[in-house]
Structures are given as structure tokens and as C-alpha cells.
Write a protein that binds this ligand. Structure first.
Ligand code: AQP
Length: 326
């Protein structure tokens, strides 16, 4: 039986945090057992906001290394840098010709980022490139956090539109969004998602943070009025975020966490969350320390070659369908 194809990507903008890990990367790793997985460091997406070229080169390799430490296994999954496989941008151009600007105008991430970073065409057409990433390899499922739901909806629309116009070519991809952890919130502002680009470093925990940093960040996490540890996003978003993080790291369900720590007080509860996060992230820190940079670069090069070969086969079919193949 052929395995379903899964695709997902992560931007190499440094700072891979608990939101990325709990919302998406844990699923990436788990899916490798069952699916044909294709994972990509989406560096072309990252240059939609200005990057220093020297630092960016290092950040790209660093992101690949962190992903391998988290458990992305280049021996089991196809793993490469997006920019090294030009079929992504070729397909994005073709899909762009069937994308309405009205739909792009409604993308919340564009609206949010254009306000901060200043608008540019790349930022605007970002979701079309993301659709191309997914459809290029005919992915059927895409593990993402909740913030990417709207972009995935566009990928689904474009698959259907292309199929209706040119012939049945693309599967319509389904999101894989975890029930819990799909939207990990900032430790300093539980109304906003934890984010790589938040200028306040205290707002996030990175997967490679050392134990003392993790403890300090959680000690300073914003909590709510009152003192009971209760899961209630309306009244207690700060504590609910921490409960969810604890649940994901320990496997305990939320009612048992409430029963165990309901009366413990915020300070004690934060210590418990901190120790669970320290313990949960320790294997990633160890794996990162043991990885060899030269071997990592070699694996990425091999991934690039495999991805190009596979993408070329698929892309030729698209060229034929739209009348671009001679
Ligand atoms: N806070 C979050 N909670 C759950 N999942 C999240 N993801 C991101 N933030 C959270 C998921 O992580 C995957 C990789 O994200 P990305 O590299 O594409 O970056 P992003 O979605 O734009 O979010 P970031 O990492 O915080 O960056 P900025 O600051 O640029 O917005 C995606 O599957 C995403 O859903």
C-alpha cells in the first residue's frame, strides 16, 4: 500500500520556540513512522522580511540542525532547503496566475506583518508560495499550527481551481492541527501567539534554552488575577497556556492537572511547569550537542538532489497540463 505524502516547512528565522515545537514539529516527527514525509527549511519565505545575508546563511543551517535535533530524520524523510529546489518558485508563479488578489488581501498574516515589516510583493504572495510548496509534491496532509489554517485553505482552493481548469492533478491537502498546542501563547501577553519575531525574548522559550533560562522565563510569565490554577481561556489565559504546556510535556490530562495543582498557587505551579519543560527539552539539547555540522550539511545536500529529482517529475506534468512543455 502506498503511504500518504505529508509536507511541511519551517522558516529559518532563528528562535525555534515551544509554539513551533508543540504546534507543528512534534507532529512532524511522529508522522515519520507512518507517512512519506517531506520537510523543508523554507528559506524563501524567510526573506519576505529583511535578513542580513551573512547571518541568514548561518540561520538556515542552524534551523536544519535544530530540526534534526528535534527528530526530523533525513534517513526517513526528504529534508532540504526550499531555495535549492527551483520548482517551488516555478509552481508558485503558475498558481499565482489563478489566485485572486481579493483572497490575498484577506490573509491575516499579511495584514499583520505588512504593518510591522512594510509591505512587499513577496510578503503578499507568501501564501501562494506556500501552496506551491505543498502541491509540488502532491502532499495530502500538512502538519501545522493554527496560525497557518488560513494559508492552508488557500492551498486547498488552488488545488481545486487548478484541477477544474487543467485536469485532476493535485490532491486537496488536509491540515493536521493538534488538538492541544495548536496555538501556544506568548508568556508575556497571553492574547498573542508565541512568535519568533516578538522583540521581547521573555515572551518565548526556545527549544535549545538552558534550564536556568527556562526557569527564569516561566517564573516571569504573566499570570491572571486570583490564585487558583484553573483551565479557563476567558478568565485565565496566562494560566491556561501554562496548563496546556504542562499537559503536553507530561501527557497528563487537563482535569487531573487542575485537581493536582488547583490550590498550589501560581509560584509553585510555574516551578512544576518549568521542571517538566526542562526535562522534556533535555533530549533535544543533547541531540543538538552531538550532531556533526559537516554531516548535517552533507545530508542537506543529498536531500536537495533527491528533492530536485522528485520535483522535476511532478512539475513536468504541470507544465504539460498548462501548455508549457514542448
Ligand atoms: N505559537 C504557536 N503555537 C503553535 N504553533 C505555532 N507555529 C508557529 N507559532 C506557533 C507553527 O510552527 C510552524 C513553523 O512556523 P513558521 O516557521 O512558518 O513561522 P510562523 O508560523 O510565521 O510563526 P513564528 O515561528 O512565530 O514566526 P513569526 O514570528 O514570523 O510569526 C508552523 O506550522 C506554525 O503554524
Amino acid at each position: 500500500m502506498t503511504r500518504k505524502t505529508v509536507f511541511s516547512g519551517l522558516q529559518p528565522t532563528g528562535n525555534i520556540h515551544l509554539g513551533n515545537y508543540l504546534g507543528a514539529l512534534r507532529n512532524w516527527v511522529a508522522l515519520q513512522d507512518e507517512y512519506d514525509c517531506i520537510y523543508c527549511v523554507v528559506d524563501l519565505h524567510a526573506i519576505t522580511v529583511p535578513q542580513d545575508p551573512g547571518e541568514f546563511r548561518a540561520d538556515r543551517h542552524e534551523a536544519a540542525k535544530v530540526l534534526m535535533a528535534v527528530g526530523v530524520d533525513p534517513e526517513r524523510s526528504l529534508f532540504y532547503f526550499q531555495s535549492q529546489v527551483p520548482h517551488h518558485t516555478e509552481l508558485a508563479w503558475i498558481l499565482g496566475t489563478i489566485t485572486g488578489t481579493g483572497q490575498l488581501n484577506r490573509m491575516t498574516q499579511w495584514k499583520d506583518k505588512a504593518d510591522v515589516a512594510g509591505s512587499n510583493l513577496g510578503l503578499y504572495s507568501y501564501p501562494v508560495l506556500m501552496a506551491a510548496d505543498i502541491l509540488l509534491f502532491r502532499a495530502e496532509a500538512v502538519p501545522v499550527g493554527e496560525d497557518q489554517k488560513q494559508h492552508l485553505e488557500l492551498a486547498r482552493d488552488l488545488a481545486q481551481r487548478f484541477n477544474a481548469r487543467f485536469g485532476d492533478e493535485f490532491p486537496v491537502p488536509d491540515p493536521i492541527i493538534p488538538k492541544r498546542g495548536a496555538r501556544v501563547m506568548s508568556l508575556q501577553d497571553p492574547a498573542s501567539k508565541m512568535s519568533k519575531s516578538d522583540p521581547d525574548e521573555g515572551s518565548r522559550i526556545l527549544v535549545l534554552d538552558d534550564p536556568d533560562t527556562i526557569r527564569r522565563r516561566l517564573k516571569r510569565a504573566v499570570t491572571d488575577s486570583g490564585r487558583d490554577v484553573r483551565y479557563d481561556w476567558e478568565q485565565k489565559p496566562g494560566i491556561s497556556n501554562l496548563i496546556e504546556i504542562l499537559s503536553l510535556f507530561t501527557g497528563k490530562d487537563i482535569p487531573s492537572i487542575e485537581a493536582e495543582y488547583g490550590e498550589a498557587g501560581y509560584g509553585t505551579f510555574k516551578d512544576v511547569v518549568a521542571e517538566a519543560v526542562v526535562e522534556g527539552l533535555a533530549p533535544i539539547r543533547r541531540a543538538y550537542r552531538d550532531l556533526d555540522d559537516a554531516e548535517g550539511a552533507r545530508l542537506m545536500q543529498r536531500g536537495t538532489l533527491d528533492a530536485r529529482t522528485r520535483a522535476e517529475g511532478y512539475q513536468q506534468k504541470v507544465r504539460e497540463l498548462v501548455g508549457l512543455a514542448d
